[in-house]
Design a protein around this ligand. Structure first.
Ligand code: FAD
Length: 405
């Protein structure tokens, strides 16, 4: 057994490596990461770590001793530059070649840089990795004001963290509401109002034209409507550019993600992909999807390990995701697209409510704010496909667990 080479030492890559050992896989396991760190969790980078409430030690997904103890060779600070499918080797930046029987691509992505003039100026930050989080954090320390371009989860979480640190914050969003890509209008509008309540100058339907330069540094943002926003620090929070380059160069099928089957295999049956970079068919939603979440990275990484060790795998999860902003815990189960009706349970005024998205009588998604029971029940109901009575769902006197019965 020439073993398994896992490219990308992030959440998905580590999950796959650990699960291989848990399943008593006896070949060599090599986990290769371009970053200088052992695998760590990214969610706190825009939340508790950025606001200074979490020390760096708490980011590591496993202690250093885990890797030798589990016989996982974790190479950091080195990039895989090619996958040689003929010789079955991963080629590293230093020329080293590591042979494999199975290869796993878990390369995630980088912060997407939108095509805005001035986006490369000093003073313009992005946030995907720990190095960038430390850079942003240092920049925020000496700044009085922050402009965030993009009101997705990361942009809004950084806005909340920066408000906690006392900065004046402006958020600029081209769409007509925050979190427009993944959350419903009710939820996006509600979160927008919350941010404004905390003093964020949130401007929607506000495309950006360019970054303003002063003395060789970014000093603000010019908006398409001609207005300017002054800021000492600017964060581009414009989504993810996934790392499909290696897979494409190796001739694997790609299309907004590396295409994988139900067992997470690419178009080459000895090469797998998982995490943010993988696109798969969801039988549950009847379409091809790609998920950017910790849950998917962990579960799909495990699914790959199961497939490599010969188990029958049909990866078809109920997606879930969370976001923390101020004291609010948002949990989303399922995908909202395709719903034919909406049921609201609880009162947004009270800061705790859930929005259920229904298609043909079944819940396909739930957005829950400080409402863990609703969220947990929804996950089960989405998975089971059980029809629900909208009146009962709306009625706070009916316990969520009674809807599961
Ligand atoms: P990654 O974690 O990106 O790991 C991929 C690794 O591969 C990287 O370290 C990269 O350097 C490495 N790599 C790439 N190319 C190569 C190469 N050629 N050779 C070697 N190594 C390579 N998700 C949630 O569910 N909830 C949240 O609240 C949440 N908050 C987030 C906040 C922030 C600031 C960020 C950035 C993400 C957040 N996410 C959240 C998303 C979540 O972190 C990702 O979905 C998850 O990390 C994906 O894991 P992955 O292993 O697929 O990719």
């Amino acid at each position: 057994n020439a073993g398994t080479v896992i490219i990308g030492a992030g959440q998905a890559g580590l999950s796959c490596a650990a699960e291989l050992r848990r399943r008593k896989y006896d070949g060599p396991v090599t986990l290769i990461g371009a970053e200088p760190h052992l695998p760590y969790q990214r969610p706190p980078l825009s939340k508790a770590y950025l606001s200074g409430e979490m020390p760096v030690e708490r980011l590591w997904l496993k202690p250093e001793a885990f890797y030798p103890a589990s016989d996982i060779a974790c190479l950091t600070n080195i990039r895989v530059t090619a996958i040689d499918r003929e010789t079955r080797e991963a080629v590293l930046a230093d020329g080293q070649r590591i042979g494999f029987e199975h290869c796993v691509i878990a390369t995630g992505g980088e912060a997407r840089i939108p095509p805005i003039p001035g986006a490369n100026l000093p003073g313009v930050e992005v946030l995907r990795n720990l190095g960038e989080a430390d850079h942003l954090s240092a920049a925020l320390k000496s700044a009085q004001s922050l402009a965030v371009i993009g009101a997705g989860y990361i942009g809004l979480e950084v806005a909340a963290s920066a408000r906690k640190r006392g900065l004046a914050v402006t958020v600029l969003e081209a769409a007509e509401r925050p979190m427009a890509r993944t959350a419903s209008p009710i939820l996006g509008g509600w979160f927008g109002a919350i941010h404004r309540g905390y003093g964020v100058d949130l401007r929607v339907s506000t495309p950006v034209s360019s970054i303003i330069e002063k003395d060789g540094r970014a000093a603000g943002v010019l908006l398409a409507n001609g207005e300017t926003v002054q800021a000492d620090c600017i964060l581009l929070a414009a989504g993810l550019a996934i790392n499909t380059g290696l897979a494409e160069a190796a001739g694997l099928e790609c299309g907004d993600g590396i295409l994988v089957d139900a067992a997470c295999r690419t178009s080459d049956p000895s090469i797998f992909a998982c995490g943010d970079v993988a696109r798969f068919h969801s039988a549950l939603y009847g379409r091809s999807i790609r998920l950017e979440s910790v849950q998917n990275a962990i579960e799909q990484g495990k699914a790959v390990a199961a497939a490599i060790t010969g188990a029958e795998v049909n990866y078809d999860p109920v997606p879930w995701f969370w976001s923390d902003q101020y004291a609010l815990k948002l949990q989303i189960a399922g995908l909202i697209e395709g719903a034919d009706s909406i049921v609201r349970r609880g009162d947004p005024e009270m800061g705790s409510f859930a929005v259920f998205h229904i298609k043909e009588g079944r819940i396909i998604a739930c957005e829950a704010v400080n409402s863990a029971p609703e969220y947990m029940a929804a996950q089960k109901l989405i998975g089971s496909g059980k029809t629900v009575d909208p009146e009962a769902l709306r009625n706070l006197d009916v316990a969520m667990r009674d809807l599961l019965a």
